[in-house]
Ligand binder design. Structure first.
Ligand code: SF4
Ligand code: SF4
Ligand SMILES: [Zn+2]
Length: 254
């Protein structure tokens, strides 16, 4: 394998095929003439190689979906149930885009350092989670979630909006490391299927131990297509006339 022009990767005949088949490249995907790129190295020193050809197809599909939604509903009413369906579709397309990077990432089930931080959540995402809870949690489980949210209410930062674009450092300090109200005791997520975009997009390549330290530097990757997802979710919130962005737990305090 060699890297040219900074990030294009040339796979050689004897290398293991990047598709994960465990076969030599020559005997696997070579004839498909895919292009491969790297986004750099993970903390173990592995080059994060991805199939650029397939990746472009998936990201273009996601971007087209986002643009089509904005065009379709620009001057048309959007109902809550349609908005829920649309955001779920965006989530699943987005998951396909970041899938090639997962095998190099440090993130795994039960690892939860990132779940003790502020989680920006859009209104429509909070509605999706509320629906999921109503359908999947019994009354006792629902009460526990609400009680957890209420308990630390005073520590949640202000909502984010146009006039208040960022949380202040003071708000971060006051927030400290609060475990998410949806964390199970074993560090897994109770709402994994419908977790908000902020959680979905957060895959890192640093040592997982660093995620448990304050002010630790993460090796975090963000692609240009993340922007389209955020824009479209914001657009949907505006259509639904509730475009507040709040810390996840804050949606469950009312
Ligand atoms: S971001 Fe860090 S704490 Fe969260 S799952 Fe990934 S490695 Fe674990
Ligand atoms: S919603 Fe799930 S993934 Fe997101 S912070 Fe909470 S426990 Fe973690
Ligand atoms: Zn292959």
């Amino acid at each position: 394998m060699k890297i040219i022009n900074n990030n294009e990767v040339i796979i050689e005949n004897g290398d293991l095929c990047p598709c994960g088949s465990q076969k030599k490249f020559k005997k696997c995907c070579k004839t498909k003439e895919y292009k491969y790129y790297t986004i750099g190295k993970n903390y173990k020193g592995q080059e994060i190689i991805y199939n650029y050809t397939l990746f472009k197809i998936k990201t273009n599909e996601l971007i087209n979906l986002c643009s089509n939604i904005q065009n379709k509903y620009d001057s048309k009413e959007l109902k809550l149930e349609d908005a829920i369906r649309i955001v779920k579709e965006i989530y699943s397309r987005f998951d396909l885009c970041i899938e090639p990077f997962q095998k190099y990432s440090s993130c795994s089930k039960g690892c939860y350092g990132c779940c003790e931080q502020i989680v920006n959540t859009y209104y429509i995402e909070s509605e999706i989670i509320k629906n999921y809870i109503n359908e999947n949690f019994n009354e006792g489980e629902q009460k526990i979630v609400i009680a957890k949210a209420q308990k630390n209410k005073g520590r949640y930062p202000k909502d984010i909006n146009e006039a208040h674009p960022k949380y202040t450092e003071k708000e971060y300090v006051t927030f400290g490391r609060l475990p998410c109200i949806f964390l199970n005791d074993n560090g897994t997520c109770k709402i994994y299927k419908v977790r908000p975009f902020e959680c979905r997009q957060y895959i890192v390549f640093n040592n997982p131990e660093d995620c448990y330290k304050d002010n630790a530097k993460d090796i975090h990757y963000e692609g240009y297509y993340f922007y389209y997802v955020r824009q479209t979710i914001k657009f949907i919130d505006k259509k639904l006339k509730n475009d507040r962005v709040r810390h996840l737990a804050k949606w469950f305090c009312e």
